[in-house]
Design a protein around this ligand. Structure first.
Ligand code: ZN
Length: 132
């Protein structure tokens, strides 16, 4: 499934001009988010307008960010962000965050080569947004 298909299947929750610059393994996460957002109560309805996919995390962007009705979307954004940190960006299989010299990605063992040479502290950070 491509991201354009998503746009057509979930017109109620994905904004018309949404852009999702993600590798194939994360497309199902966007689909899950679109389905979840369609279940929001009417007062919390927002559209997914795109995402930031960098540093091994998928962070969704929503419309109406300044509105109180955004609370549901914030929870969904965090749930998807956490899932992305255990989902291979390339193939969707179980994965973990890899910290390379040139980039950070979340990959399975088969796709760790996409990260390039790993840093010494690879494996010590599970979630960049949580300090341990
Ligand atoms: Zn993989």
């Amino acid at each position: 499934m491509t991201v354009n298909d998503l746009d057509l299947l979930h017109q109620d929750t994905i904004a018309h001009r949404a852009v999702f610059d993600v590798r194939p393994g994360w497309v199902p996460l966007i689909r899950q988010a679109a389905v979840a957002a369609s279940g929001f109560p009417p007062a919390e309805q927002v559209k997914i307008t795109g995402c930031v996919a960098s540093g091994g995390m998928l962070v969704l962007k929503f419309s109406d960010r300044q509105s109180p009705k955004f609370a549901g979307a914030l929870k969904l954004r965090e749930a998807i962000r956490k899932k992305s940190l255990s989902t291979c960006e390339e193939c969707g299989r179980p994965a973990r965050l890899r910290i390379g010299l040139a980039r950070q990605m979340t990959t399975c063992e088969d796709h760790v080569h996409l990260v390039g040479e790993l840093r010494d502290d690879d494996g010590r950070h599970i979630d960049p947004w949580e300090t341990t």
